[in-house]
Design a protein around this ligand. Structure first.
Ligand code: SF4
Ligand code: SF4
Ligand code: SF4
Length: 391
């Protein structure tokens, strides 16, 4: 990085609708013009050498630029990959130009250009995880970049910036960080190689409708006030800062517009997160991870609600690990009686630290949603909010 003031950027597109490009063009601070034409940081500028949607050149001429730039700047350019990589039948379902023997698969471009890049950004959910092109039955054998890198032993630093489409700030912020400090460290990325700065929280944690969830007020149709959990909101599962950042220069975002979050930043989207307006059945099946609990109590030890009390059992009835054990024993109704379920604040610390990958926090959200709904439906009135006795 130190060597050059101008960092060449090569941006290639495979299995994509080009929505990621369009989204990034909406960048506001800095604007895409400043990003591409001005000094974007003191002493640092980007030089976009190849971007098929924006460049005037096409065909052979454009590909010559791509090849030339990758050779002259080997080891020093930033590669942006938009769109998924079809790998079936040798990658023939998506090609970019030709070589002597015939069409040149996008997959080969990705492997060759990634190998010579300083760092690679997988822009969008398709490029990061396969996304919509990889949806079942995935006849073209689409893969995301992480999988492709692992299969081919590529060691170039990779950052995933998923989203369908991704927010322009997520991309611009990631690029600027790479320019400032070089490739992101493993501490700055989550297990799916997403920058924690933008994906380190769940939608549910900062949702403006969260108060409704806690009070058990659920919308029964779109347009109503209330939490959208039972209308298919995937906010408790999805990682992104949309509620704080919002979209279109801070104007609006999915939940403020009345639509539940669809989990578009997650691996497994869309298959595991559908249908749009129902709870994600495929994903919820996976909740049975509680069967793997070996009662180490780590979840209980890291729970901030448990640590509020000198005698937590007396106040909470059950502790998080005991809730998991009861679920594993098929005693969900018993678990639902425990004040612990209601008092869980959905911080997901338990889930983060569980050595058995039990989805403790997800189970708690599901139990609490059921409980709150039941409370309302059985006309017991308001659920017993706990703020008072937590203090
Ligand atoms: S379930 Fe969705 S709408 Fe309800 S609080 Fe969570 S993120 Fe918001
Ligand atoms: S941390 Fe995981 S394995 Fe340990 S008690 Fe909790 S759920 Fe069970
Ligand atoms: S998600 Fe709930 S149970 Fe888990 S640590 Fe946070 S408050 Fe405790």
């Amino acid at each position: 990085m130190e060597a050059g003031r101008v960092v060449p950027v090569l941006w290639i597109q495979g299995g994509t609708c080009t929505g990621c490009s369009v989204s990034v063009l909406n960048a506001v601070a800095p604007s895409v013009k400043d990003l591409l034409l001005e000094e974007v940081l003191p002493g640092k500028a980007l030089s976009l050498r190849f971007q098929a949607t924006l460049m005037a050149a096409s065909g052979e001429l454009a590909l010559k630029v791509l090849k030339g730039a990758s050779e002259s700047s080997a080891g020093g350019y930033l590669l942006v990959v938009e769109g998924a990589v079809p790998t079936g039948e040798g990658g023939v379902y998506c090609v970019l130009g030709e070589k002597e023997e015939g069409p040149l698969p996008f997959k080969e471009w990705v492997l060759e250009l990634s190998d010579k890049a300083m760092a690679v950004i997988a822009l969008g959910t398709c490029s990061s995880f396969g996304g919509i092109p990889a949806a079942w039955p995935n006849p073209t054998g689409v893969k995301g970049l992480k999988e492709l890198f692992e299969e081919n032993g590529l060691k170039t630093p990779l950052v995933n910036v998923p989203g369908c489409p991704p927010h322009p700030d997520w991309f611009v912020g990631t690029v600027l960080k790479v320019l400032l400090y070089g490739p992101l460290s493993s501490e700055e990325l989550d297990e799916y190689l997403r920058p924690r700065d933008f994906y380190g929280m769940r939608i549910h944690e900062n949702c403006p409708r969260r108060g409704y969830f806690e009070e058990g007020i659920f919308a029964s149709k779109l347009g109503e006030p209330g939490c959208l959990y039972f209308l298919g909101c995937k906010g408790p599962l999805a990682h992104a800062d949309c509620p704080l950042r919002k979209w279109n220069n801070g104007r609006n975002w999915c939940i403020d517009a009345g639509m539940g979050c669809q989990g578009c930043t997650e691996p497994g989207f869309p298959d595991l997160f559908g249908p749009f307006y129902e709870k994600p059945s495929e994903f919820l099946k996976g909740l049975e991870t509680f069967n793997g609990c070996f009662t180490c109590q780590t979840c209980t030890n890291v729970c901030p609600v448990v640590s509020q009390y000198d005698d937590p059992k007396a106040h909470l009835g059950l502790l998080p690990h005991q809730v998991m054990v009861l679920c594993a024993l098929g005693q969900r109704e018993k678990a639902l009686e425990a004040p612990m379920v209601w008092r869980c604040v959905s911080c997901f610390q338990c889930q983060k630290f569980c050595p058995q990958k039990v989805r403790v926090g997800d189970v708690m959200v599901e139990l609490k949603g059921l409980l709150a709904k039941r409370w309302r439906e059985t006309a017991k009135g308001k659920p017993p909010l706990v703020a008072k006795d937590l203090l």
